[in-house]
Design a protein around this ligand. Structure first.
Ligand code: HAM
Length: 422
């Protein structure tokens, strides 16, 4: 019979603890490190459904965006309702804030989970991928901007990321955006016939997106185009400079007046963090301020700012040491006395919860089990055979220091021995 394959652009993440370079292992470690940072910054977790009403994304991410036009996984459910697998999580969080009437003065949220976009798969680009993100709800422009860039620097430092650049820009308010779009449109109209099909359609729907064009000829035309810098207020320009001055000692941060984002809901600060080690899909983090989204979704006026991180991309860059908790490999030599032997492992976990006790469940020879224990970097193995069960002892075999002898220990001594292990 034919085997069933996973869907294109969707990957299984199967971790291998013994291999620090393993991709899935690195993804899970990266997620743990991010959660720690979010919690240490005082954020609370929010977990919204992965399926939402299709209109949510049309009204938030925007009809002119590639995400809504080409990339949504949308379908009718059994009740003929049009539903969508979320392509991002900002819209879902704000939907929830409005629906649950959450007290906006107190909320700083973090989240982690899968997103779906029907894109052409390539290195660092999947159809199902994971994002971790934060949304700061109810804070107008000011200290929230400092907090978000501060957190990005902390992430880069904690995960030991080299060669990354935080690019920041300001889109002003809705009025600034409209004025700049009009100026861009006026400038680009005479070149319209020289633009490719995609850029021509952007010209009609959302001229700002042309700044992001991959077409070299378009980029040449854009060299003399008006820049948003000339449309920004002094406050907005100062905000960019303050962020650069505050964090440039700690992180590489650049003002890029050409930076636009693929989602329509932004006004104010926008940013992306890129690394040239990632190849074509070089952005591993993106975000910005979206003060109008709540009203667009039928809520009251709530100023917000947030960001999301592409976990698969960040994991390729992060250099986190594997947790250095002590690992003990627990080897039971026969199924005849499994329950009695397993009870010892169970008790040891209670005595010292800081230690990893990996009970080897598979059948096999002592030699192969010891080989597996060494491969997993176990500090020592605890071996229980027939003789040990009869004499109420266990064997402790050190695995890290070469040539050190194994010892036989009375079961009554093991508690104090175990308590002292670090
Ligand atoms: P975004 O820039 O569309 O922003 O996505 C954030 C990150 O998700 C990207 O920088 C990238 O690393 C990752 N990503 C996006 N698409 C893919 C893909 N197909 N495969 C792998 N990784 C991908 C947002 O989603 C906004 N919701 C961010 C935000 C939060 N803005 C305000 N709050």
């Amino acid at each position: 019979m034919d085997k069933i394959q996973s869907l294109k652009g969707m990957i299984d993440l199967i971790a291998d603890r013994s291999n620090p370079d393993d991709f899935a292992e690195s993804i899970f470690r990266t997620e743990d490190a991010l959660k720690n940072i979010f919690v240490n910054f005082g954020y609370s977790e929010i977990r919204t459904p992965t399926l939402e009403d299709a209109d949510l994304f049309k009204r938030s991410v925007g009809d002119s965006s590639d995400i809504v036009n080409k990339e949504l996984y949308s379908f009718l459910d059994k009740n003929e309702k049009n539903i969508t697998l979320r392509p991002e999580n900002t819209a879902g969080v704000i939907r929830s804030v409005i629906e649950k009437k959450i007290d906006v003065n107190t909320h700083k949220f973090w989240y982690l989970g899968p997103m779906w976009r029907y894109e052409r798969p390539q290195k660092g680009r999947y159809r199902q991928f994971n994002q971790a993100g934060i949304e700061i709800i109810g804070h107008p422009e000011g200290v929230a901007e400092l907090e978000i860039i501060s957190m990005i620097c902390s992430i880069n430092n904690a995960l030991n990321i080299k060669n990354s650049v935080i690019k920041i820009n300001h889109l002003g308010n809705q009025g600034t955006k409209t004025n700049y779009c009009n100026a861009l449109l006026e400038y680009l109209k005479p070149f319209s016939s020289q633009l490719d099909q995609l850029d021509q359609s952007r010209l009609e729907k959302n001229p700002l997106r042309i700044l992001d064009s991959q077409n070299q000829n378009t980029q040449k035309i854009l060299k003399d185009a008006p820049t948003i810098k000339d449309f920004l207020s002094d406050e907005s320009l100062t905000m960019l400079q303050v962020l650069k001055d505050t964090f440039s000692k700690d992180c590489s941060i650049q003002i890029d007046y050409g930076l636009v984002r693929g989602l329509d809901y932004y006004t104010g600060l926008v940013f992306e963090v890129i690394s040239d080690e990632l190849g074509a899909q070089d952005a591993y983090l993106g975000g910005g301020r979206y003060d109008n989204l709540s009203e667009q979704l039928g809520g009251k006026n709530i100023p917000c700012i947030g960001m999301a991180i592409g976990i698969e991309r960040l994991a390729l860059l992060s250099n986190i040491d594997i947790e250095d908790k002590t690992l003990v490999s627990f080897i039971i030599l026969s199924s005849n006395f499994e329950e009695k032997a397993y009870k010892i492992a169970h008790d040891l976990r209670t005595i010292n919860p800081e230690i990893i006790i990996d009970v080897q469940l598979a059948e096999g020879s002592l030699k192969s089990k010891l080989r597996k224990a060494s491969k997993n970097n176990a500090k020592f193995a605890i071996i229980i055979g027939e003789e040990e069960i009869e004499t109420n002892t266990i064997i402790i075999k050190p695995l890290v220091e070469k040539n050190s002898e194994q010892t036989v220990m009375d079961i009554n001594e093991i508690s104090s021995f175990f308590e002292d292990i670090t």
